[in-house]
Design a protein around this ligand. Structure first.
Ligand code: ZN
Length: 194
């Protein structure tokens, strides 16, 4: 048995594999405990090079699958949002709509926490509007997913995949998950939104 690092009880471990066409196997592991401790991650079994995926999000590809490992950084440059790996960050499988939902939730929380700051609230409103417009087909946003360990991916022919140079991979921030408008990390924001 593997003891829980939090309480010492036995951890529940789930490993599932996910077959990605033309790409190979992705291992998804999650461990959880009765006390609430949990951790999830994804590992690409076959190819593991620093990668960057770029895709235009529009109304017609919202169901495109996105696997973000704990080492993956998500950026949407048009709205200045980036979700970077943090010490407590979790892997997740979602789709492009799910990524937008997640960012929307974080921005809404940020808006509540900055209610007295008109400028920040205005910026949050502007971001929410860009997201809504994209969901409704009135505009497009660019999603960039970068992973120095090659464990994240976007499963779509529309996604442009490139191998990052070593220098680029090293430049990726590690250890912080921030939405630049708040200074709070993703976990703090998610906690406060619950
Ligand atoms: Zn525990």
């Amino acid at each position: 048995m593997i003891p829980c690092p939090n309480c010492g009880e036995e951890l529940k471990t789930v490993v599932s594999t996910y077959e990605v066409p033309f790409f190979g196997k992705v291992l998804l592991t999650s461990i959880s405990c009765k006390c609430g401790f949990k951790h999830a991650d994804s590992i690409v079994v076959e190819t593991r090079e620093p990668v960057r995926y770029t895709i235009k999000i529009n109304r017609n590809n919202l169901f495109t699958k996105v696997i973000r490992s704990t080492s993956g950084t998500i950026r949407i440059p048009e709205i200045g949002v980036s979700v970077e790996p943090g010490p407590a960050s979790q892997a997740f499988i979602t789709n492009l709509e799910g990524v937008l939902d997640r960012i929307e939730g974080i921005v809404r929380t940020a808006m509540r926490w900055n209610a007295e700051d008109e400028e920040k609230v205005g910026r949050c409103r502007w971001i929410l509007e860009r997201i809504q417009n994209t969901l409704h087909g009135e505009e497009e946003l660019t999603l960039i997913l970068e992973d120095p360990l090659g464990n994240s991916l976007i499963i779509s022919d529309e996604a442009f995949r490139e191998i990052m140079s070593k220098e680029e991979a090293e430049r990726l921030k590690k250890g912080l998950t921030v939405i630049d408008i708040t200074g709070l990390n993703e976990e703090e924001l998610l906690e406060r939104s619950q």
